[in-house]
Ligand binder design. Structure first.
Ligand SMILES: [Zn+2]
Ligand SMILES: [Zn+2]
Length: 196
């Protein structure tokens, strides 16, 4: 027997070592499984208790914000059609089928008829520069105001001019109104500007 042990000592040691490695391996495997099984459970408890108010409500807010952005970029008549531009008069966004392109101006179908049915006159030519970009802002606000509150159509055109001497772009904000509104709106716009 001792002769057998002596002859096979190396083989026996290797066998025993393999056995130990195997046992350790399976123990590590079982431990890993246990740890992985408990971790998601802990996480669920966290989100439903501590994290619920602090994390989930801002997430929901972001979601809502994203949804409103998406809505904004789809045609107001066709919710599945991406918008390609906005109408100069109502400022709503429309898909390629709903937007009319006329001499590089865009209108929705309804307001293209408005544009075509009236004679228009430009009542402002307000110059703004990169240093004074807010100078024309009151015109946009006035335009939006008379449309939303009085349903009076008008549209703003911007004319750009490159100032070669100073090397910057000047823009001229041109408000166009129906001929019959010219006197009334010119006066209202002066008052509006004085208030700002
Ligand atoms: Zn429109
Ligand atoms: Zn559309």
């Amino acid at each position: 027997m001792s002769q057998f042990l002596q002859n096979n000592l190396v083989a026996i040691i290797v066998f025993l070592l393999l056995l130990i490695f195997l046992l350790m391996g399976s123990m590590i495997f079982i431990l890993c499984k246990l740890v992985l099984r408990t971790k998601p459970a802990d996480f669920v408890i966290d989100t439903s208790t501590v994290l619920a108010d602090e994390v989930l409500s801002p997430l929901l807010k972001i979601k809502k914000h994203e949804i409103s952005l998406v809505e904004k970029y789809y045609c107001i008549h066709h919710t599945e059609a991406p918008s390609v531009g906005s109408c100069l008069i109502c400022e709503e966004v429309f898909c390629v089928d709903c937007l009319v392109d006329h001499e590089s101006m865009h209108f929705c179908k309804e307001h293209f008829r408005t544009y075509a049915n009236y004679k228009w006159q430009q009542i402002t030519d307000t110059r703004t520069t990169p240093d004074t970009p807010e100078d024309g802002l009151y015109i946009y606000n006035f335009k939006r105001d008379i449309w939303l509150n009085k349903n009076i159509p008008s549209f703003v055109m911007t004319h750009y001019k490159i100032n070669i001497e100073n090397d910057y772009i000047e823009s001229f904000i041109q408000l166009n109104v129906r001929i019959e509104d010219v006197t009334k709106l010119s006066l209202e716009l002066e008052n509006y500007k004085a208030q700002v």
